[in-house]
Write a protein that binds this ligand. Sequence first.
Ligand SMILES: Cc1cc2nc3c(=O)[nH]c(=O)nc-3n(C[C@H](O)[C@H](O)[C@H](O)COP(=O)(O)OP(=O)(O)OC[C@H]3O[C@@H](n4cnc5c(N)ncnc54)[C@H](O)[C@@H]3O)c2cc1C
Ligand SMILES: *[C@@H]1O[C@H](CO)[C@@H](O)[C@H](O)[C@H]1NC(C)=O
Ligand SMILES: *[C@@H]1O[C@H](CO)[C@@H](O)[C@H](O)[C@H]1NC(C)=O
Length: 449
Amino acid sequence: MDSRLKVLIVGGSITGLSLALMLERVGIDFLLLEAHVDIAPELGASIGLCPNGLRILDQLSCYDSLQEKSQNHSVNNSWYGTLAGRKVKEFEGLGGAVIERHGYPLSFIDRRMLLQHLYDSLRQKHKVLTGKRVVSIVKSDDVAVMIRTEDGSSYTGDVLVGADGIHSRVRREMARLDPAHDYIESASLHAHWACLFGISRNVPGIAKGDVGYVFGNRFSYLLGDGPGDRSYFFLTKRLQKRVFGSDIPRFSDKDKEAFVKPHLDDHITSGLRFRDMYDKRMSSVLVPLEEIVYKRWHYGRIIAIGDSSSKMLPITGQGGNSAIENAAVLTNNLFDCLKTSPQNKPTVEQLDTVFEKVQELRTPRLQKFVTMANKRQAVDALLTPELEEFALTRMPQLQAEVILRGFQTEFGQAASLNMLPVPYRPRTVPFADEQPQEKSKKGDIMAKL
Ligand SMILES: Cc1cc2nc3c(=O)[nH]c(=O)nc-3n(C[C@H](O)[C@H](O)[C@H](O)COP(=O)(O)OP(=O)(O)OC[C@H]3O[C@@H](n4cnc5c(N)ncnc54)[C@H](O)[C@@H]3O)c2cc1C
Ligand SMILES: *[C@@H]1O[C@H](CO)[C@@H](O)[C@H](O)[C@H]1NC(C)=O
Ligand SMILES: *[C@@H]1O[C@H](CO)[C@@H](O)[C@H](O)[C@H]1NC(C)=O
């Protein structure tokens, strides 16, 4: 497509970079502005990529190269344990079963590796500007949208996509420009958990390809093996009480110290205390875990997607994966809107229809993810006697089949890019949009083989 439309993207993380890559592939012009000077900063975070996100990356020709870069790293076994260092359940070869069923692995890598890879995959690197913090939306009218950055520059486009995370400036600017709607929802945005996460190196006792869950008392661990000598930890703990809106704290180094101290002697495996892992950290961060699916995502020529419109607990690893899906659904609908007359720019009314549709298509799935992650976190933290009984007595008896059926719901309904083929990867469980009755919708099925 050779469209005159120009999309401004605010934020160059998972959502922003994957959207830029999609727009580039379908021939829609863009300019991405990222506040950090470094496009792939080391923030201590890891990311679990799942088949739903990986299939879209595969459509963007990013999958094989990403696997290669991450040394083909993927999850093999998954286990559950108690603080006594006792494994209550092990699912051997769970990762292999996921590949067989869905065509893609569960892949745990450094978040910065993914960002660097998305950036490297872009051809038009001059369209990514770093060290550009957007401070305001100057206007959004019938003609264009204009933004200003901290350094005093301004940029004009036809569409503005906020991919600027949970503390979204774009969302706050929409609230300012459109006082008739509640974009902030300070009575809904809440946090009831906090998470200390980080990356350690050369920790003995986390086996290759393992991902482990340790049940605590109002807290839990998620431990993962990463590429090379890396391993990842997440310690998620219940806050004293649920906090809302602007009462959600930001933590200091002192808070972090106090948070971790009571846990240093936790036996995370039979041979390993948390201290052994924490002492070998390259980096670690303590954050509150916000939860919300915002009701309103857009105003005029502006839409917010990714963490700026929805946020879930990390335990099921769907935040980033679903953000990639969101970018794909936005691309699909923009593309369809332009298809009829690529040389004509869509009107504000047409954009409103596109954005409303994206919000409508995505909201139920994101709400489901928020609920799922919340339930799962409650189980792992043994939050009630019933959940404790479930985690320690009934869960160990579950067959791998039950877990895999859960994944089927999680991955199966995933979105993908309508206009790009899906490379052939053998799988026994097709995605819902690959089912026979859906084939005609995606054009020539042979193109996908
Ligand atoms: C502890 C933890 C573990 C997680 N684990 C997983 C996982 O295993 N799997 C998974 O899929 N997801 C995971 N997530 C969720 C995932 O990290 C997020 O969903 C994902 O990063 C969202 O991407 P985003 O691009 O929307 O926002 P962000 O990653 O928050 O990026 C926002 C970007 O915008 C930039 N920015 C902000 N303001 C401005 C501005 N004014 N101007 C210009 N740029 C700006 C920022 O610098 C940043 O680069 C986890 C989250 C947490 C907290
Ligand atoms: C990754 O897997 C591919 C295909 O199986 C193989 O060709 C490649 O050599 C592997 N790379 C690494 C770094 O292991
Ligand atoms: C996966 O785990 C099984 C069981 O522990 C082990 O036999 C196998 O070698 C592992 N596979 C890989 C690729 O590490």
